[in-house]
Ligand binder design. Structure first.
Ligand SMILES: *Cc1c(COP(=O)(O)O)cnc(C)c1O
Length: 358
């Protein structure tokens, strides 16, 4: 019997620079102060890995965390994270009782959610953040429904079933004028709730965009997402121009080299790993210091044109990163693929190992 050399499967990897994350969070938290920073770690921390990012963000000055759904919040609690955690995306399966008993604060947009909270029979009051729609039309009570939501929450507060901690909303970030109109709408909704007897402990409205450019929208804390990961929330500036450093570097090994008039290399990453197939004609990857055009993206590999460059199996190609070795940023790669950096990093599939460096 012939024993074939066992070769480790060549895998792509996403190198996550926690020092860069800490730097971005510290820089932005200082800018937002005296408002605090709630770090958004939804969607597995935008693809960077929930727990390492949450821990690094808290070390760097964030004072609370935002997830979409309760189970992600429970993962954080089970890991020993004690700061306030807000979850706001609820469905028929939401385990309200587990959330309340783990002190996950609940974004609430509709009376059915309050009814579910009351029915959960938890051993303590649910801490709720009442969400009003200020024009984004996404997951918030309409102004018509808002007074009813406030009244229902206050009635449950009377009975010790909830504690109404916050009023909040989300901005569309479409334009400064839109955000200013939404800010006025938010203030108006808060005043209306106060006339109904609400006494909010905190108010929050801004995500990265308004947190950076609209100080009056910061209120008690900014829900910081994409900028923490090193990318600009604005169309007309880059993360670098805002003093931010991309946290993720996506790279893959060369697995085959075909030398001919021009050298073609196969690298071990494809659309199954989250690499976009759009815009290939414009796309390059960095290999041994050269920007090599992409010829094709398949499910588990890419074919690139290394020209006259020297390439060997095992060399590392870099798709995007902070840019300090000449590679493009995810913002640039996203331009080629007609998407945004958020989607580039969040789309890197779970099969790609995350490797953490500080
Ligand atoms: C994702 C999200 C954020 C963070 O948004 P960024 O634009 O990435 O900073 C804040 N608040 C809510 C409700 C969100 O869904």
């Amino acid at each position: 019997m012939t024993i074939v050399d066992a070769v480790a499967e060549p895998l792509p990897r996403a190198v996550i620079d926690l020092a860069a994350l800490r730097r971005n969070v510290a820089h932005l938290s200082a800018r937002f102060a005296p408002a605090e920073t709630m770090l958004a770690v939804k969607a597995d921390a935008y693809g960077h890995g929930l727990l390492p990012i949450a821990e690094a963000g808290l070390e760097a000055g964030a004072t609370s965390l935002a997830v979409l759904e309760v189970p992600a919040g429970l993962v954080l609690r089970r890991a020993g994270i004690g700061v306030p955690i807000l979850a706001w995306l609820h469905g028929a399966d939401t385990d309200w009782r587990a959330a309340i008993e783990a002190d996950i604060e609940l974004g609430v947009s509709a009376v059915w959610q309050l009814e579910a909270i009351a029915a959960a029979g938890a051993d303590r009051p649910a801490v709720v953040h009442l969400k009003v729609d200020t024009g984004l039309s996404r997951n918030g009570a309409t102004r018509a429904d808002w007074p009813g939501l406030v009244d229902a929450a206050l009635a449950l507060q009377e009975r010790g079933i909830v504690r109404v901690r916050a009023a909040w909303s989300h901005l569309a970030d479409a334009s400064i004028a839109d955000d200013e109109a939404a800010l006025a709408e938010f203030r108006d909704a808060v005043a209306e709730a106060e006339r109904h007897g609400a006494r909010f402990e905190v108010l929050h409205l801004a995500a990265s965009s308004a947190g950076i450019r609209m100080p009056e929208a910061r209120f008690d804390f900014v829900r910081l997402g994409i900028a923490a990961y090193g990318f600009s929330p604005f169309d007309d500036s880059t993360g670098a121009e805002l003093g931010l450093v991309p946290v993720m570097r996506l790279e893959a090994p060369v697995t085959e080299v075909h030398v001919g008039g021009t050298t073609h290399a196969r690298i071990a990453i494809g659309y199954g790993d989250g690499v976009p197939t759009l815009g290939i004609a414009k796309t390059t990857v960095l290999l041994n210091g050269r920007h090599c055009p992409v010829i094709a993206v398949e499910v588990d590999h890419m074919l690139i044109d290394a020209g006259a460059g020297r390439v060997a199996v095992g060399d590392t190609a870099v798709l995007f990163g902070p840019g300090d070795s000449g590679e493009v940023t995810a913002e640039k790669y996203a331009d080629w693929a007609e998407t945004i950096a958020d989607e580039m990093v969040t789309g890197v599939s779970a099969r790609v190992p995350r490797v953490y460096v500080s």
